[in-house]
Ligand binder design. Structure first.
Ligand code: ATP
Length: 281
């Protein structure tokens, strides 16, 4: 379990994170969503002990993330790819395995497992500079899993990734959840959060604006459905909390319906309602 209590971080005049509290259950995938500069990376960095909060506390299974034993339970997939381009995938993993201090036997086992896990076993001897952006992302993930961490922090792991690698990454995230890992996932893509996350937090200007399951957030912040009917009376559009009933009622007076569209609120609507900002990659 991860318990974040009132963490804040200021850079000069800028309050990057402002009194943020979240609890994340073991085995959950938690999505941290927010526009550019909202404070997601700063929050993740405090959660995994890379930077210390000015105020507040973070506990991973009751321990500080900077605690030596707890550090070994953390896997971080940073936003920018952290690999040696001129080395092969195997040599990269070997380097990171040595940093984690794995024994020779464990190192070989974990390197094999990690490569298999991200589907790169056939390209293990290739130089990373020959990899596509998606393959680099997958190798980045493999490197962060070598020491079999319990808490996995993924900072925009699908940025600039082709659809095939993106799907492979989704599968990998869900497999990690099945293995009982706790995953914190930041993304700009709402459909990823809808597909993957047990719970979601929306942040902007360093503050947590909403927290809950996707359904809860849509219920609380999604607003009404929008309906459009084109009939012999022309176009009619309306917003409603009860689309099925309202639609049935309106259709009664119509003979020819040429077109009918119903748009229910989704996570994107929630995001726009809360932050007023369009998402950008
Ligand atoms: N080391 C730093 N020094 C000064 N300002 C910083 C530093 N790190 C982050 N910031 C600022 O803090 C704010 C939050 O940044 P952060 O990277 O946490 O946001 P983010 O939500 O991860 O954004 P993005 O989606 O663009 O990665 C931004 O305004 C950023 O410019």
């Amino acid at each position: 379990m991860i318990e974040v209590r009132g963490i804040s971080k200021r850079y000069g005049d800028l309050q990057a994170v402002d009194n943020l509290s979240i609890t994340i259950e073991k085995g959950h995938i938690f999505g941290l969503l927010g526009p550019n500069g909202a404070g997601k990376s700063t929050t993740i960095s405090m959660m995994c002990g890379l930077i210390s909060p000015d105020m507040g506390t973070v506990q991973l299974n009751g321990e500080k993330p900077t605690d030596k034993a707890t550090k070994h339970k953390i896997g971080l997939i940073p936003q920018s790819i952290a690999l040696y381009e001129e080395l092969s995938a195997l040599d990269n993993l070997s380097f990171f395995a040595d940093l984690y201090g794995l024994s020779a036997k464990t190192k070989i086992e974990r390197m094999e497992w990690s490569l298999q896990f991200v589907g790169l076993q056939d390209r293990a001897k290739d130089t990373v500079s020959e990899y596509s952006g998606g393959m680099k992302r997958r190798l980045n993930l493999a490197a962060s899993l070598l020491h079999d961490p319990d808490f996995i922090f993924m900072d925009e792991p699908t940025a600039g990734v082709d659809p095939q690698s993106r799907n492979k990454l989704f599968e990998s995230v869900l497999e990690l959840k099945d293995l009982g890992k706790t995953i914190i996932y930041t993304t700009h893509y709402m459909e990823e959060a809808e597909k993957l996350c047990d719970r979601v937090g929306v942040v902007d200007k360093g503050q947590l604006l909403a927290l809950g399951t996707v359904d809860e957030l849509i219920e609380q912040h999604g607003g009404h459905s929008s309906v459009n009917i084109r009939s012999e009376h022309g176009d009619e559009s309306f917003m409603t909390a009860n689309p099925v009933n309202d639609l049935m009622e309106r259709l009664k007076g119509m003979n020819t319906v040429e077109n009918l569209s119903l748009r229910r609120p989704n996570l994107e609507t929630v995001f726009l309602n809360l932050t007023g900002k369009q998402l950008r990659d």
